[in-house]
Ligand binder design. Structure first.
Ligand code: NDP
Length: 489
């Protein structure tokens, strides 16, 4: 018997390579039964509470507070006190030390936060581990670097902090949106009252433990939880600046509320981005970019490439490749390291997706969904592609905020630009072509705040992010992201 045959005898090669799951352990996360509001560095016992759940199993995870107007006022008061009694007068280099500490602690505890983010939000652990956590830490590192250089960043303009910033964030990137809001505010010398979304409060609450570990002075960051009423109370509160990320509808209401008050406002709202594929693009790479553009984070991404514009000459080819690729996407347990598409964030969001998908079918578009077995409990939606879509259909106009792609075609670059810009939004776009000159010309003509070329959904703390038209105003990230937190002489 040869050596090889002997080895095969002992360890026979499996005949059937069936799928084996690789779940991340939940044990690293220690949840409390009940959370209060984090005000002035202490936990405030909430007057009212609600239950936050795991959208993949509908299992309750913890009781959290529903902050009343009075509780929000306490938080704003604590932020005011911290601002006036020390934080705003602290040298930038000292503020930077706290931000660096927070960044390092987030890195050290990244596995715990990634698991918690996936548990409470439904996103695949692969994404929370490889995207949300590294980027959240990177934002704190990046703005820590600016804290003592504001005078050089804005020469001859004598920058100074505003005061208390009220910040309201959505549920699609809970910890990352928190980092986008808190890091520049603190670097600029402001204090903060932040509300995470009703469905995803847990990483923001766990973050309070990071603040204590970093020994951030009490009251510099205050976290209150609750639904839209709590958000509205923050907006109305005695704050100098409001930063909001969420739906265009609520953004408009906030803008109306703040008109004439003198409070500064930045709004990062919805999108309906065009991802434009020219016939000279590397099609296999483009298909990966399409998948990343719309199925990343279940399509719960304001800058998602939800409208695919394909040049007619490569249409059949692109759609064939895309459909084949969709059959390989794994939908299921967010904590399984193999999962590509996790759970929809809430029942309400699932119903919104279902309603818009039904409208697409009624209006006459052709639907494709790969064969897919969904878990019995929890909120799920199969990755979906619509072809034969007219520009007037709701699925081509409205933000679906789910794993649903609408495909349109074009013949010339002019037609591509016209169709891409035919939306009330203007947050992001993608261009796929081998020609650098075409990338530049498209980037100039597309009315969108962020334009990716031969890639999609790439983020960097040094790069400003924000929109035009109904996608809002103001920028987050980079130097541009500091400016809304500063006043100048
Ligand atoms: P919202 O705009 O309602 O939520 C965003 C945040 O604002 C949440 O923290 C929310 O609290 C809070 N909020 C709600 N009402 C008010 C108010 N009147 N004043 C101040 N704050 C308020 O978005 P939804 O969660 O309802 O999602 C609806 C749609 O919005 C989605 O289907 C999607 O199309 C879009 N969306 C876009 C996002 C983006 O990044 N551009 C992010 C999230 C949603 P609460 O958690 O209680 O709702």
């Amino acid at each position: 018997m040869t050596e090889l045959e002997r080895k095969q005898d002992r360890a026979p090669i499996p005949a059937d390579w069936t799928y084996a799951s690789a779940p991340e352990s939940r044990d690293i996360v220690e949840l409390r039964e009940r959370y209060g509001h984090f005000v002035g560095g202490e936990w405030l016992e909430p007057k009212e509470t609600y239950t936050t759940i795991d959208p993949a199993s509908e299992e309750p995870l913890a009781e959290v507070g529903q902050a009343t107007d009075a509780e929000v006022q306490l938080a704003v008061g604590a932020a005011r006190e911290a601002y006036e009694n020390g934080w705003s007068a602290l040298p930038g280099s000292e503020r930077a030390k706290y931000l660096f500490r927070i960044a390092r602690i987030l890195q050290e505890r990244s596995r715990e936060f990634a698991v918690l983010e996936s548990l409470n939000g439904g996103k695949p652990i692969r994404e929370s581990r490889d995207v949300d956590l590294p980027l959240a830490a990177a934002h704190f590192f990046y703005y820590a670097g600016w804290a003592d250089k504001l005078e050089y960043a804005f020469p001859n303009r004598k920058p100074r902090p505003l005061g208390v910033a009220g910040q309201v964030i959505p549920w699609n990137f809970p910890l990352l949106m928190l980092a986008w809001k808190i890091a520049p505010a603190l670097a600029a010398g402001n204090t903060v009252v932040l509300k995470p979304a009703e469905t995803t409060p847990l990483t923001a609450l766990q973050f309070c433990d990071v603040l204590r570990q970093a020994e951030l002075p009490p009251g510099v960051v205050n976290i209150v939880t609750g639904d839209g009423r709590t958000g509205a109370a923050i907006v109305k509160g005695e704050v100098e600046k409001v930063a909001f990320t969420g739906s265009t509808e609520v953004g408009k209401a906030i803008q109306r509320e703040l008109a004439g008050t003198g409070k500064k406002l930045t709004l990062e709202l919805g999108g309906k981005a065009a991802n434009v594929i020219f016939d000279d693009a590397a099609l296999d790479q483009a298909v990966e970019g399409i998948v990343n553009g719309i199925y990343f984070n279940q399509g719960h991404v304001c800058c998602a490439g939800s409208r695919l514009l394909v040049q007619e000459s490569v249409y059949e080819d692109v759609i064939d490749k895309l459909k084949r690729r969709l059959t390989t996407l794994r939908v299921g347990d967010p904590l399984d390291k193999n999962t590509d598409v996790g759970a929809i964030n809430s029942r309400q969001q699932l119903e919104k997706i279902q309603e818009l998908v039904a409208s697409g079918e009624e209006e006459g578009a052709s639907i494709y969904q790969p064969p897919c077995r969904l878990p019995e409990k929890g909120y799920w939606f199969v990755p979906t592609v619509f072809t034969d879509v007219a520009q007037s259909y709701r699925i081509a106009q409205e933000e679906i905020f789910g794993p649903v792609l609408s495909v349109l075609t074009f013949r010339t670059p002019d037609e591509a630009v016209e169709k891409a810009n035919n939306t009330p939004y203007g947050l992001s776009a993608g261009v796929w072509t081998e020609k650098g000159s075409r990338i530049l010309s498209m980037a100039q003509r597309l009315r969108a705040g962020v334009i990716w070329a031969n890639t999609y959904n790439r983020f960097d703390p040094s790069s400003p992010f924000g929109g035009y038209k109904e996608s809002g105003f103001g920028r987050e990230g980079g130097l541009h992201g500091l400016e809304p937190y500063l006043d100048f002489e």
